[in-house]
Ligand binder design. Sequence first.
Ligand code: UDP
Length: 516
Amino acid sequence: MSIQEQQLHIVFLPYMAPGHMMPMMDIARAFATLGNTKATIITTPTNASRFATTTTRDTDNSGSRKITFLTISLPLKEVGLPEGCENLVSVSTRETTFKLIRAIDMLQPKLETILFDTRPDCIVSDYLYPWTVEVAASLGIPRLAFSGSSFFNNCVSYNLERYRVRPDRVDDPFTVPNLPDEVILTRSQLQDHGKTKTNFNELFERLKKAERGSFGVIMNSFYGLESNYVDYFRNGVGIKSWGIGPLFMLNRHTLEDKLERGDKSSIFDLDKCLHWLDSKTANSVLYICFGSLSRFTKAQLSEMASAFMDSGCYFIWVLGKVMKSHNNNNNNNNNNNNNDQESDDEEEQEEEYWLPDWFEGNNNDERGLVIKGWAPQLLILEHRAIGGFLTHCGWNSVLEGVCAGVPLITWPLFADQFYNEKLVTQVIKIGVEVGNMVWKTWAVDETEVVEKRKIMEAIKRVMGGGEEGEELRRKVKKFSGLAKKAVEQGGSSYNDFNDLLKAINMHKYDKIMLKE
Ligand code: UDP
């Protein structure tokens, strides 16, 4: 067998949160099926089981598996977490979240040993594992970082840092310097570590250094969506990158894949849900989902319930949980400068699904369906009845809305979501803002409520049948078409994927030649 024909072996290290794991699984599947490489995914048993059935379907002709899971146990007991608590989706409070993050950090030595024993040809690492840069360097193999976000978000973050933007007034809008478009933010919408010094600043410095020290970055995006920012990231920021998204479109997705994507669907009667959607006219249903990690207060849920019921449109609402009690730790969560700092509060809190009594009593599945749990988002979004998507602007959700050709109503909460919102509303103009102004990870009783009036106004602009909604729909459908083209043979993502494969192969080839 010639050197070029030797099968590549790539190890994938996803971070344990749905928004990180699902796209990483898609990258592994693409490498295994389109790239004919051997793929090993290292994760914990519960996380592996979430994806096992989908990857089992990706068998080669001889029936042998190209994707294998190598499982490793988290030190849950050591950090005081219950068994099975292996993903950020299963923790709800600041305290339990920090415990899980600590447990994941503690895996580093074990993971290093596995990587040294496995000796793969390449590591595809979530960007949140910066230490994989050193492991890859010791092994003499490429380390590819997967950031899970948009080119736009990366460019905004880089320029805010590069030009040391530190606006001191909360509400004054300012323009992010030196970007291809005028992008306006307020200080209150910046991430905490962008406003003031927090425990996370050092980590972010390390992550950025690791990104620069990598072979390159894999981006879940496509050229036609944010071409100016792809070019700016590569040439202005100067980071080697391959835009190979939308990742979920790189692979074949059967109905079962869509139903099981990320988790088992909580819709106990899928036929009823699809029948309900089938009975609605095109573009008449608003889909509402805030991703896998967002939480609201009861006051906010009441305001939402009232707005959705009075909006006049049909809706599917994927309901997040709320804390059963807020009495214990509000003091930890005050909006002070130490928002990101770990608390020592050991109090465990329970969560529940909650809706106002009047809503539970009145709804009767006529105007809206409420999903308590995991929704088959891809499947719902692509139904012709869906005419709008009220989203928290997690990057996966934005892409999924774009690919389904559905205009967005944006309600960002934290992480990169406010930056993604600005791409949607100020640059590609495929959505309207609800008008949340404050970046905040954990909603508490004091968190400012976005009023019913604002929510209804945004819904009306998209779903009300006016010219603005139609224009947004036309635009987003154009991007949906471009997404499909990007992953087809000859498309930008297809080409970037093949370039990347070639680059990894060349690296292996050069390494072998050097040895000989
Ligand atoms: N998702 C889903 N069902 C749900 C909630 C979320 O399938 O009930 C998926 C959604 O389709 C997306 C991912 O979970 O692929 C969430 O990622 P995103 O980046 O949008 O947000 P995050 O959860 O990371 O905040």
